[in-house]
Design a protein around this ligand. Structure first.
Ligand code: LHQ
Length: 267
């Protein structure tokens, strides 16, 4: 049996996925990337799952691409042909980033320690990012002669503006979690010892909410980034029409009128 590089735990409606190569700070090998994508696919197809929570085992969230992986490590032999590391992105990272961004349920990242390179940008692509006080974010790419991938060039300027995005990407310095929150890069910071409980509580809260409305909200916001104001207003109206025909709207309004907790079930 192949090594289990993703730990999967089901907690009611929450599917917890834990990157599990702690000895290498959860750096991504192709095997880890494949297992993560498979785990997301399974969660996407499981009607019981209403929220995904992504975190890391050990002291790191992820150190990004495993630089010792023979697929990407440049050969020191001067006669060897250079490797096309873009293949690694095409084959593994892009499908993974797209899968995360199009999950039919909200995705929470609980950043438990350092998140570097691809590890940082996959976390930042999640819907709500929580971090432990001791966690940090590093756009490590420039340190090794590369540019931010896994959506970094798209996400960073949108999250923090061009000036700070370029500062983070060009310098590749370590950004503490509290500073990441102050910049608007992530949503919340909690004390280290409270991260797992706080992230699970948040994920459970999201799992009890109207999943379809949450996912359409993400979609509408991502689409609105490409639209002018009036088309964005019209897109909201079109999506709202669809939500208005669905069970959860009926249930949400009925529960409000009846002064009881709603039971949402659309996905
Ligand atoms: C690692 C790694 C690592 C292997 C720590 N690989 N072993 C996409 C597609 C194609 C090509 C290239 O890239 C990409 C996207 C990317 O992600 S590029 C960016 C790749 N990541 C990095 O450049 C980060 C490299 N790591 C670091 O800078 C540091 O390790 C950080 C700042 C993450 C943590 O520093 P420390 O807390 O001081 O830990 P450490 O450096 O001592 O690492 C602990 C161990 O983990 C160590 O192994 P050892 O056997 O000596 O205990 C490291 O070699 C290993 N490790 N990152 N990416």
């Amino acid at each position: 049996m192949s090594e289990q590089l993703i730990q999967i735990e089901q907690h009611g409606g929450v599917c917890l996925l834990r990157l599990n190569r702690p000895e290498a700070l959860n750096a991504f090998t192709s095997a880890l990337l494949v297992q993560l994508r498979q785990a997301l696919e399974t969660a996407a197809n499981d009607a019981q799952t209403r929220c995904v929570l992504l975190t890391g085992a050990g002291r790191a969230f992820s150190a990004g691409q495993d630089l010792a992986d023979p697929h990407v490590a440049p050969s020191r032999d001067p006669g060897a042909a250079p490797k096309d590391i873009g293949h690694m992105l095409d084959q593994y990272y892009i499908p993974l980033a797209l899968r995360l961004r199009s999950m039919p349920v909200p995705v929470v990242a609980a950043v438990n320690g350092v998140a570097a390179g691809a590890g940082a940008n996959l976390a930042l692509g999640c819907d709500i990012v929580l971090a432990a006080e001791g966690a940090s974010f590093i756009q490590a790419f420039s340190r090794i002669g590369l540019l931010p991938d896994c959506g970094g060039t798209w996400l960073l300027p949108r999250l923090v503006g061009r000036a700070k995005a370029l500062e983070l990407a060009l310098l590749g310095d370590k950004l503490k979690a509290v500073d990441a929150q102050a910049l608007g890069l992530i949503a919340r910071v909690v004390p280290d010892a409270e991260l797992q409980d706080a992230a699970m509580a948040l994920a459970q809260k999201l799992a009890g909410m109207p999943t379809r409305a949450l996912v359409e909200t993400r979609r509408a916001m991502d689409e609105a980034l490409k639209l002018d104001y009036e088309p964005a207003l019209k897109r909201e109206a079109a999506l709202q029409s669809q939500l208005g025909f669905a069970h959860d709207y009926l249930e949400g309004v009925a529960a409000f009128m009846d002064k009881r907790q709603p039971e949402f079930k659309d996905r």
